[in-house]
Write a protein that binds this ligand. Structure first.
Ligand code: ATP
Length: 702
């Protein structure tokens, strides 16, 4: 058998293909030579470019940009692109929504194109993003503008099958990745090769460097080749020299595009604050949503528990606008669905944690509402940056407590122009749609809402306790009981970590909190279980009943949460709290096994104060807590009695107790409502008095 004969037609086609391939190669080579010359001549620096077509970039990239309707450069792009295209390292800061993404994606495509990178050359560029959502968004932009190049690009963010990622990753020329998952591949994927890498980008660099990613990023950077271009971009610039040194930037060009401008936030962004007591927040938030039904709004809270409570409670109150919520404890697929759904809706309210605060490009957001005071000015800037993007108008409102008013000074110091929504020297007008009584009703009828309200409260107070800036966040000034009432609860749960003046075990309290994370439902659940619904000293039957009833709710949630969290593959989406003032030494006791002396002390204290004499106890070796040993009854000693009678007796006693609890609950709610009524009337009178005073003729010296 000979070789298969090739017909003249096929041979012609192959020859034609070869010819056009050679022509294409030659054309590319000519273009690359011309581009290299323009770049080395520094032509781009002579006349600052206005349009993408004026840059020294390939026709393939230019076409991709034009097809995506990117024609003119934004300020940061005008500054960064000529420098990045010439291969220099960059440290870039520019306002939110100013177009930083293209400032590094275009240079990546160009660098690989000019190096004649092929799919067989392996990894050429790496973009690190702090969150999966941001990575996905960057990847989409890259796919859009890079479609005419023959390069391969991959998204490495976890949440997907590691094996399938492992197979694909070795073929990728450009990767957009979150640090945790990338490091996992560097460790475990043997075929993954990065020794030729030319460009490294850190998007939202300050966050990647500050918030718990440091070690991961260190490990990644250490493994990458030293000869590379490195670019860092953020809306708020990091100035930590050590952080930058770790990334081994070579004489980076530092650009702070909007540093000279009067404001650190977009000029077309209208920023206001409402200073109101904590106990009025829910009323005012709901009223605000009701007053802006035809708009698209993001409402930020600092923990996912607050997000969940606001979302679930407001859903039941049906404000008349679609409500959504997004936080770090949801499954990745769910977050994606919510993200796209919110993008599509013409009007909607999205309750969110700071997982949505950075980099995400939600189109046409009218309002950013900050339901609680952000941790610092940078977080404020990133949150409000979800609106007023690329020259569009936008509005932001910050709900702030009177005790947090120092934050306003900090904001103004950092050139954030924020003004009061209502005149500061007068009392606030009453909320138009108060929801307190509805929340009360919800809490008493719906165990889930009550559970979420308790958790939201604990989590909020904890977040205030953990914030490092004590001139703004003063946990001791929080009106916790009033806040509890405003959430619909009949009282505040016990909060072990709220500092008390005579607290002897402060370090232990601190340790309890340090071991928790504001966005970590599961971790704090254990604590909340023991703190809020299982007060250790409660002894009445009602207390016991209350404990039993709520434990069911908790345990149901607990198992759901366990299911939910077990499918999450990596943890870097969880917002990690930044440098709060809990020192390592302070937090140590949580994990330290108590000394024998300490255990003996605890044993003694317990037996003297509380233990029944002669009872048999065991002591937990780790915590030193004493438990009474209840002996099992033996077959012979256990009196079974009549099962039906026992059951009837049990049901009867439980029913009596339930009724007692209901009566007690109703009385407490009546009392709370009465207090509210009195308060409201007092305020109305005050407002009336003030308005009369305003209308009264003024005396003048003239
Ligand atoms: N040259 C341009 N012309 C028109 N639109 C642009 C241009 N560059 C970027 N955009 C659009 O502006 C929006 C914001 O861009 P981008 O997300 O890159 O901003 P950013 O500065 O990274 O924001 P953040 O700091 O919030 O992450 C996007 O919708 C993007 O498509």
């Amino acid at each position: 058998m000979g070789l298969p004969r090739v017909g003249p037609k096929v041979a012609n086609r192959k020859a034609h293909e070869r010819k056009s391939k050679t022509e294409r190669k030659n054309k590319d080579k000519d273009e690359i030579d011309a581009l290299e010359k323009r770049i080395s001549d520094g032509i781009q620096f002579i006349t600052p470019p206005v349009r993408f077509s004026e840059l020294a970039i390939s026709t393939k990239t230019l076409k991709g940009l034009e097809d995506a309707h990117f024609l003119e450069l934004t300020d940061i792009q005008k500054c960064a692109l000529p420098i990045a295209l010439s291969g220099l390292d960059i440290l870039g800061a520019a306002k939110t929504g100013s177009g930083k993404t293209l400032s590094f994606l275009v240079p990546i495509l160009e660098r690989l194109y000019r190096s004649k990178w092929t799919r067989f050359d392996g990894l050429g560029a790496l973009v690190l993003s702090p969150t999966r959502e941001l990575a996905l968004q960057t990847f989409e932009v890259l796919r859009n503008i890079g479609r005419n190049h023959g390069l391969s690009a991959g998204l490495v963010i976890g949440g997907k099958d590691l094996k399938s990622e492992q197979e694909a990753i070795s073929r990728m020329n450009i990767l957009v990745a979150t640090p945790g998952r990338l490091l996992q591949h560097m460790d475990q994927t043997t075929v993954f090769e990065w020794s030729q890498l030319k460009v490294l980008v850190l998007d939202e660099a300050d966050r990647i460097l500050d918030l718990g990613f440091a070690k991961t990023v260190d490990a990644i950077v250490k493994a990458l080749p030293k000869e590379r271009q490195t670019m860092l971009f953020s809306a708020t610039q990091t100035d930590s020299i050590s952080a930058l040194a770790r990334l081994s930037l070579r004489d980076p060009v530092v650009m702070s595009v909007h540093a000279q401008q009067e404001n650190a936030t977009p000029d077309q962004l209208e920023q206001t604050f409402i200073m109101c007591p904590l106990s009025e927040k829910m009323d005012r938030l709901f009223s605000f949503i009701k007053a802006h039904l035809k708009t698209k709004m993001i409402v930020f809270f600092s923990s996912c528990k607050q997000v969940r409570f606001a979302y679930e409670a407001f859903c039941r109150l049906q404000p008349g606008v679609p409500l959504m919520h997004i936080h770090g404890r949801q499954k990745q697929s769910k977050r994606m669905t919510i993200f796209y759904e919110f993008c599509r809706k013409p009007s909607a309210v999205l309750f969110a944690t700071d997982v949505a605060a950075r980099g995400l490009d939600f189109p046409a957001v009218d309002w950013v509402v900050q339901g609680d005071c952000p941790e610092d000015v940078d977080t404020y800037i990133h949150r409000v940056g979800r609106t007023a993007r690329i020259g569009k108008a936008g509005n932001a409102v910050l709900f702030i407590l009177p005790s947090e008013k120092h934050m306003l000074t900090l904001l103004r110091e950092k050139r954030v122009p924020i003004k009061a929504m209502y005149p500061e020297n007068r009392p606030l007008p009453p909320a138009k749609r108060p929801v307190r009584s509805q929340l009360e009703a919800l809490c008493s009828q719906d165990a889930e809402i009550k559970y979420l309200a308790q958790k939201a409260l604990v989590s909020y107070v904890r977040s205030i306790f953990l914030h490092s800036n004590k001139s703004v966040f003063k946990v001791e000034e929080l009106p916790i009981d009033e806040f509890a009432l405003s959430l619909g609860l009949s009282g505040a749960p016990r909060l072990r970590f709220v500092p008390r003046s005579n607290a002897k075990n402060d370090s232990r309290q601190l340790a309890d909190i340090a071991s928790d994370d504001s966005d970590s439902d599961e971790a704090s659940l254990e604590e909340t279980k023991s703190e809020t619904v299982l007060p250790k000293k409660s002894t009445s039957k009602i207390d016991k009943m209350f404990r039993r009833k709520n434990l069911d709710v908790y345990s149901e949630h607990y198992s759901k949460l366990r299911d939910q969290t077990s499918v999450q593959e990596d943890d870097f989406l969880t917002i990690k709290r930044k440098d709060h003032d809990i020192q390592a030494e302070e937090s140590a006791p949580a994990n330290v096994t108590l000394s024998r002396k300490d255990i003996l002390k605890t044993k003694k204290k317990y037996s003297i104060k509380t233990g029944p004499r002669g009872a048999h106890h065991v002591f937990d070796e780790d915590t030193g807590e004493a438990r009474r040993v209840v002996p099992f009854a033996s077959e012979s000693t256990f009196d079974h009695g009549n099962a039906t009678r026992l059951a009837e007796e049990f049901v009867a006693s439980e029913t009596t107790q339930m009724k007692a609890i209901d009566r007690d609950d109703a009385a407490r709610q009546r009392e709370a409502r009465r207090a509210l009524r009195i308060n409201r009337k007092r305020k109305e009178k005050e407002v009336k008095r003030n308005s009369h005073a305003d209308k009264a003729p003024r005396l003048s010296n003239e």
